[in-house]
Structure formats: C-alpha cells, structure tokens
Design a protein around this ligand. Structure first.
Ligand SMILES: N[C@@H](CCC(=O)N[C@@H](CS)C(=O)NCC(=O)O)C(=O)O
Length: 249
C-alpha cells in the first residue's frame, strides 16, 4: 500500500493520476494547507522539504522499511520503476526525452506558473512587476509546450510521465485567467488526456478544497499558514533574517 500525502493542486494530482494509470493500490491522506496541516514535525519526517505531495511506500522497491519519496517528479519516476518501467519509454532516446520534459516541467512550467498564481491570485493587489514578469514567463512556457505538441502527439512521443506532470498545470491556467485559444495543439493534447479513464478516476477522487477560486479570500491565519509567520515557524525556519510576508486586505 502506498500512502499519498495529498492536496488537490497540480503537483498533488500528478501522483493520483500516475497511480490510477499504473494500477498500484494507494490511500489518499488529504491535507488542508490553509489550516497549516503540513506544517508539522511529523510531516517533515516524511518530506524534509515540508511540501506536498509526498508518498510513503509500505512495500517499497527492494523491500525493507517503508520508504518516503518527496518531489512530484521523483515520485512519478519511482512509481514508474515500481510498475516495471510504465509510462517511461523503453529506448534510451525516448527515455531521455521523457526525462527532459519532466525536468522542464519541474524546473520551469511548475515553478513559474506557481509564481504567476501567487502574484495574480494571492499577492496584494498592485504588484504589477510580479504579475507581468511571471505572467510573461508562464505564457512563454505555454508557447514552448505548444511548439512541441505541434510536432509530437505527446511530449515524449508516446504518453508518458512528462505529460502527467505538465497536464494538471496547464489545466490550472484558467485560475490565472489564461485562455488556451492561442494554443490549439495544447488544447488537443489537454482534451486527449482528459479522456483517459485513469485521469477521469483521479479527477473524481480529488477532494474539494478552497484552492479553486480565482482569488481566494483568506483569513489572516490562513494567509500566515501559507506565506507568513506560521509558515516560517511550521517549516522550522530558524534564521532571524527571514522576513514574513503580510497582506493587508
Ligand atoms: N517541487 C515540489 C513542489 C511542492 C509544492 O510547492 N507544493 C505545494 C502545494 S502544490 C505546497 O506544499 N505548498 C505549501 C506551502 O508552500 O507551504 C513538487 O513538485 O513536489
């Protein structure tokens, strides 16, 4: 059995989609980040980085004690290996392409879109520089995706872990007000993946949380859990130079 420490965000959804695709048994352990449920020493023992998702495999590859895996991209690769190499192309070129696009998602699409979400949805109004900087970078990355998907059906030729990593992030762009009309190949790819039975099952399973609205209204406590003093304390940050953000409504 695999425990999935889960939030219904793009990074969390990658993991449940992969598990549904490969058919490994799993149990979802939902966290409410707004209430700071991930800001505990217990969770940091599972993921030293204190972020979601993470998994604990109670019957790990190679046997032995339960094994924890952090970082959604690393989780996808671990699950692929556990499932006998599923959703990673078997040939060296194909495998490298899947890893390249997975790394692109983990180092580019995810973090840059994450910052776009922060500045557009959560930051105090009027931060035009951050909105423009990350909005432009988020659009540039969508153009890179579009160019790739104009040449290949999926990111690494066949459907792979790279598509599973990128798909939920593109699906979340509605929340930052992006239209996908200028990206027809991306829309074709989005629709094709949405039709997969495993993706439908994972989407039905995702639990509801107050993370979907365009500009969520947070209480001061919730704000602090996500970005402020509580987050710093709960993450074990001891450096007095760390400045906690405040948000005036
Ligand atoms: N690179 C990490 C990113 C994880 C991450 O930032 N997760 C978010 C939710 S999607 C989180 O835990 N946020 C809580 C916080 O920032 O305190 C991954 O892909 O797993």
């Amino acid at each position: 059995m695999i425990d999935v420490h889960f939030v219904p965000t793009p990074n969390g959804r990658k993991v449940t989609i992969m598990l549904e695709e490969v058919g490994l048994p799993y149990r979802v352990i939902p966290y409410n980040m707004l209430e700071g449920e991930h800001l505990t020493p217990e969770f940091r023992r599972i993921n030293p980085n204190g972020r979601l998702p993470a998994i604990v495999d109670h019957e790990p590859i190679g046997d032995g004690a339960p094994f924890a895996v952090m970082e959604s991209g690393a989780i996808l690769l671990y699950l692929s290996e556990k499932a006998g190499g599923a959703l990673v192309p078997p040939d060296p070129r194909g495998r490298s392409e899947a890893v390249q696009w997975l790394m692109w998602q983990m180092a580019g699409l995810g973090p840059m879109h994450g910052q776009a979400h922060h500045f557009i949805r959560y930051a105090p109004e009027g931060q035009d520089y951050g909105v423009a900087r990350y909005g432009n970078e988020a659009r540039r990355l969508l153009s890179v995706l579009e160019a790739r998907l104009s040449e290949t059906e999926y990111l690494a030729g066949d459907y792979s872990v790279a598509d599973i990593a990128a798909w939920p992030w593109v699906g979340a762009t509605y929340a930052i007000g992006f239209e996908l009309d200028p990206y027809p190949a991306t829309r074709r790819w989005m629709a094709s993946i949405a039709e997969r039975p495993a993706v439908k099952r994972a989407t039905e399973a995702k639990n509801a949380a107050n993370l979907q609205s365009r500009r969520p209204v947070l209480t001061p406590e919730q704000w602090s859990n996500l970005f402020g003093e509580n987050m710093l304390k709960g993450s074990g940050v001891a450096d007095p130079q760390a400045g906690s953000l405040t948000r005036t409504p």
